[in-house]
Design a protein around this ligand. Structure first.
Ligand code: SF4
Length: 454
C-alpha cells in the first residue's frame, strides 16, 4: 500500500526550508549523482509503463480507469459532411475508439522523433491515460510531419478537440509546415535546431533530443521540479517560480545520464508521476529514498512531511469575464461562428457572443440581436435561466445564454461568417469543452437522445 510519508506534528517549524542556493550548493549533490542515476535507471527498467510512443506494442499501461467517452475527452470519427460545412477538404482517417477496442490484434507504433514530439506536447496538459487514445488517433490521422503539414486546420482541430489548450495544436501544425519548408519534413538532429521549431521550448526540445535522438540534454517539467525539490530537501521556493526553475535546470544538466539520457529523463518524469506525487508520495517504494534529503529531514523530525517541497505556487487570481451568448437554432441546426485566429481558443467554434459588464446583462438580448442583425439574422432572443461557469487556468467565464429560434434560414445571411451545424456534427468537428457545456445545458443532442432511449 502506498505510504503517504507524513508524520505526527513535530516541535520544530514544520515549514522550515533552507535557502535555495544554499541547499543546492551544500547538500552533496555531486556525491549522490552516480547512485541516483543508477537507482533511477534500474527502477525504470523494471517499472516503466508500456506506452505507444515508446515503441511498445499494445496493450499499453493504463493505470487508471479509461476516461469516459461521453466526457470532454471523446474522440470522434470525422464526417465528410461536417468538414464540407466547415469549408475544408475531408480526411476521413480518424478512427472510432469503439472500432479500436474490438481489434484485438497487437498494435505497435515505431518510436520516432515526430511521435515523441506529439506525445510531449499532449502530455503537457493531461494525463498519460488520456493521451494514449489521442496520440494513437493523431498518429493514424497524421502519421508523419508532411501528413500533418498537409492537413487543414479543421482536421487538426477535430483530432485535438477535447484536449484543451488549442493553441498547442495550432503550433504543432505550424511547426510541421516549418519542418517541411526548412528540414525536408524531418525533425532536425541537434538541440539548437529543435529549439528553432516554432512552439518548441526548452522542455520539448530536451525531451525529443534525449528520448528520440539519444543526445545528453536535460528536461525539467513539473514532475522533475518536484522530485529535485525533495531530493535536495531544501528547495522550498514556490513551485514554477523562476528561481526554482533555474536551479532545477542546472541540476538536471549535471545529473542527466551520459550513457542513456532518454531513459534517465523518462525515469525522472515517471518517478514524479507515479511515486513522488504531489500530495501522496510513496516513499517506501521509492528507488532514490536513501539519497533523498527531504525524506531524511522528515525522519529526523525537521519537517512534518516531504510534501512541503516545493513551496506552494503563487497563483494569480483568475480574471472574470461575463459573456452573453446567442444560441439560435433552425430545425436541428445551431448557428456558430469562429473565434479570432489568435488568442484564447483561437479559431474554435462558438456561439455568437459579446463580453458585457454585469450591469449591462439586462440589455444582453437586444445587444446580441443587434450583433446577429449584422450577420443578416433577425431573431428574438430570450434569456435562459441560470448562468454557466467555465474555468481556464487564468480566466473564469460566466456565460449567460440567450435563446432564439428561426423557422428557416434567411437568404441574406453572411455565409462566410456563419456556420450552421447540428450539435452532434459540431461535436464531431471538434468543439471546446466550454461549447460542449452550453450544448449540454441546451438539451441532449440527437445522439444522446438515441443513447438514452436504448
Ligand atoms: S524522492 Fe524523496 S520524497 Fe519523493 S518519493 Fe522518493 S523518498 Fe519520497
Amino acid at each position: 500500500m502506498a505510504s503517504t510519508c507524513t508524520r505526527p506534528p513535530v516541535q520544530k517549524d514544520p515549514n522550515q526550508v533552507l535557502d535555495i542556493e544554499e541547499a543546492a550548493a551544500n547538500v552533496g549533490w555531486h556525491e549522490r549523482e552516480v547512485p541516483i542515476r543508477a537507482a533511477l535507471l534500474r527502477w525504470y527498467l523494471n517499472h516503466r509503463r508500456k506506452l505507444p510512443w515508446r515503441g511498445d506494442p499494445s496493450p499499453w499501461t493504463r493505470s487508471k480507469a479509461r476516461p469516459s467517452k461521453q466526457g470532454k475527452h471523446q474522440i470522434q470519427r470525422t464526417l465528410p459532411g461536417v468538414f464540407g460545412k466547415l469549408n475544408s477538404a475531408c480526411r476521413p482517417a480518424v478512427i472510432d475508439l469503439d472500432e479500436e477496442d474490438t481489434q484485438k490484434e497487437e498494435q505497435c507504433f515505431h518510436r520516432s522523433a515526430y511521435g515523441v514530439w506529439i506525445s510531449e506536447v499532449m502530455l503537457q496538459q493531461t494525463q498519460v491515460e488520456v493521451v494514449i487514445d489521442y496520440w494513437t488517433t493523431w498518429m493514424r490521422s497524421f502519421p508523419s510531419v508532411p501528413a500533418l503539414a498537409a492537413a487543414s486546420a479543421d482536421e487538426v482541430n477535430a483530432v485535438w478537440a477535447g484536449l484543451g489548450f488549442y493553441g498547442r495544436a495550432r503550433r504543432l501544425h505550424e511547426g510541421a509546415k516549418y519542418l517541411l519548408e526548412k528540414h525536408d519534413g524531418e525533425l532536425p538532429q541537434t538541440l539548437e535546431a529543435l529549439r528553432g521549431i516554432p512552439g518548441v521550448g526548452p522542455y520539448t526540445a530536451g525531451a525529443i533530443a534525449s528520448i528520440a535522438l539519444g543526445l545528453r540534454a536535460p528536461v525539467v517539467d513539473g514532475n522533475v521540479e518536484r522530485v529535485f525539490s525533495r531530493l535536495q530537501g531544501g528547495l522550498g521556493a514556490p513551485a514554477k517560480s523562476a528561481k526554482l526553475q533555474k536551479v532545477c535546470w542546472e541540476l538536471a544538466e549535471e545529473l542527466v545520464d551520459p550513457e542513456d539520457p532518454g531513459a534517465f529523463n523518462q525515469a525522472l518524469m515517471e518517478l514524479g508521476a507515479l511515486i513522488c506525487t504531489p500530495s501522496s508520495p510513496s516513499c517506501q517504494q521509492c528507488p532514490v529514498r536513501p539519497m533523498c534529503r527531504a525524506h531524511q529531514r522528515m525522519v529526523a523530525g525537521e519537517v512534518a512531511s516531504v510534501t512541503i517541497f516545493p513551496g506552494k505556487a503563487l497563483k494569480k487570481p483568475r480574471r472574470e469575464r461575463v459573456l452573453a451568448l446567442a444560441a439560435v437554432s433552425c430545425g436541428e441546426e445551431w448557428v456558430l461562428v469562429r473565434r479570432p485566429a489568435r488568442g484564447l481558443l483561437a479559431n474554435q467554434l462558438q456561439f455568437p457572443c459579446l463580453e458585457l459588464a454585469e450591469a449591462d446583462l439586462a440589455s444582453g438580448a437586444s445587444q446580441l440581436q443587434a450583433l446577429l442583425a449584422s450577420f443578416g439574422l433577425e431573431v428574438d432572443l430570450e434569456p435562459r435561466a441560470g448562468a454557466l461557469e467555465h474555468l481556464f487556468s487564468h480566466e473564469r467565464h460566466v456565460m449567460h445564454v440567450f435563446q432564439g429560434h428561426l423557422e428557416k434560414k434567411p437568404a441574406s445571411q453572411e455565409e462566410r461568417e456563419l456556420i450552421w451545424l447540428t450539435a452532434s456534427d459540431a461535436e464531431r468537428a471538434g468543439i471546446t469543452s466550454g461549447l460542449q457545456k452550453v450544448f449540454d445545458a441546451l438539451g441532449p443532442s440527437p445522439k444522446k437522445r438515441k443513447r438514452r432511449s436504448c
